[in-house]
Design a protein around this ligand. Structure first.
Ligand code: FES
Length: 159
C-alpha cells in the first residue's frame, strides 16, 4: 500500500506492507538514523518519535498509521538553538548521554523546551518517563530543561 506523510517537514511517499511497523519504515525506508529498536515493547524509548507533536513509540505503531500525519524525530531539532542549549546543559559537569537513549532524551527535552507555559518538575519527570535511561537522573534532566528555558527566555528579552 502507498502512503504519504510529513517527516521532519518534508512529504514522504512510501510503499508499505500491512505488517510493517512505523519504526521499520522510518528507519529503513526513510533513513532516520536516530531510531533504533531495542525492546520492541514500549519500554526503552529508543524508537520515540513525535506523532502530530505527541511522543509515541514507533515500535508499537503499525506503519499505516503514519498516513497523512506529521512525524518529527530528533534530526528535526539538531540544528536549532534550543537543541544546542539543552545538550550543553545536559552534558555539563562531565555528564554524558549514552548512545542508545541519547535520541529519546533529546526528543523529550525538545517537547518540554518548546512547551508553553513552562512545564512543572512533575510534568518534566512524566515526560522523561517515556525513556528508560540510567545515564541521567530525573533531577539533572529537569534542571537542564528549566535552565534551557531560562536561557531562551532571557535571550528573547534582549533587544
Ligand atoms: S524499541 Fe520501541 S520502546 Fe523499545
Amino acid at each position: 500500500m502507498n502512503i504519504e506523510f510529513t517527516l521532519n517537514g518534508s512529504v514522504q511517499k512510501v510503499t508499505i506492507t500491512s505488517v510493517e511497523r512505523a519504526l521499520d519504515v522510518l528507519a529503513r525506508q526513510c533513513g532516520i538514523k536516530s531510531l533504533s529498536g531495542t525492546c520492541f515493547e514500549g519500554q526503552c524509548g529508543n524508537c520515540l518519535v513525535l506523532f502530530d507533536g505527541k511522543p509515541v513509540y514507533s515500535c508499537l505503531m503499525p506503519a499505516f498509521m503514519l498516513r497523512d500525519h506529521r512525524i518529527e524525530t530528533t534530526e528535526y531539532f539538531t540544528k536549532t538553538r534550543e537543541y544546542s542549549l539543552l545538550y550543553s546543559e545536559l552534558t555539563k559537569e562531565g555528564r554524558s548521554l549514552c548512545s542508545s537513549c541519547h535520541s529519546g532524551i533529546m526528543l523529550m527535552g525538545m517537547v518540554l523546551v518548546r512547551s508553553a507555559p513552562t512545564p512543572t518538575r512533575d510534568e518534566i519527570f512524566r515526560t522523561l518517563s517515556n525513556v528508560h535511561c540510567d545515564s541521567i537522573s530525573p533531577d539533572d534532566f529537569a534542571d537542564a530543561v528549566l535552565k534551557t528555558i531560562q536561557h531562551l527566555t532571557t535571550a528573547r528579552k534582549i533587544p
